[in-house]
Design a protein. Sequence first.
Length: 299
Amino acid sequence: MTTDPARPFGRVLTAMITPLVEDGSIDLAGAQELAAHLVDRDAHDGLVVMGTTGESPTISDAEQRAVLEAVLDAVGDRATVVAGVGTNDTAHSIEKARDAERLGAHGLLVVTPYYNRPSQAGLLRHFTAVADATDLPVMLYDIPPRSIVPIEVETLVRLAEHPRIVAVKDAKGDLGAVAWTLARTDLAYYSGEDMLNLPLLAVGAVGMVSVVGHLVGPRLAELAAAVESGDLVKARSVNESLLPVYSGVMGGGQGVMMVKAALNALGRPAGPVRPPLVDATPEQVTKLRADLAAGGVAL
């Protein structure tokens, strides 16, 4: 687990899928197997469990607790395990945060409340209440494509004053806002949009919470190390080699749908997705294979 305060959750984390069996129930043994593979063989410092890629909207609270506990048992002694606890209900998010702390999670991922479109004052109150509820470090998740409402720079500046709000997973696509937030706070930024990993690292992000990390974790670590060392020529080269992987997983359909298709083809625990998501079609899998092959990943 990380001990670097500049990277409170590590450098390379994957937003882990939730493996299911064919009847749609949770595959706890598969979750442990996949977590161990990512940490022990694929250069991951940590895992985010029960984020969007973990299909949290369709996984019950009891199931989420079971998956978190299983992953902690599998890798919690050697990787940072961050629990996705954010919802669009502050009281529910607090309850989930306390559950995660009780189970031994190392940190919390708290997404901007979705659907009910709170004001910036509402965001400030929501995030502060969740951060106040436990002693765990918090990573905010700023993703307007899903939540509609962005976390504005001024709100982030105020949230950064909270001793346990230490990081942001950014999927806002606004590099200027990221640069201003980094200039005005000590928040650790993590790229939450794989196609923007390089530019976010270049403006000061310390790592990434990745979907394609299921497939290319060591290369993401190489990308981050190249930027940190100032070798932008190498960083651009690594990034260019990853572009087909980014496009194949994130551009061909819903990210979890495509990465589960890839993991199934590789014989790793994944299984189907839960409705209302649907599994990748044969045509989508054919294109995915071609994209991943172009990016050096053979299915």
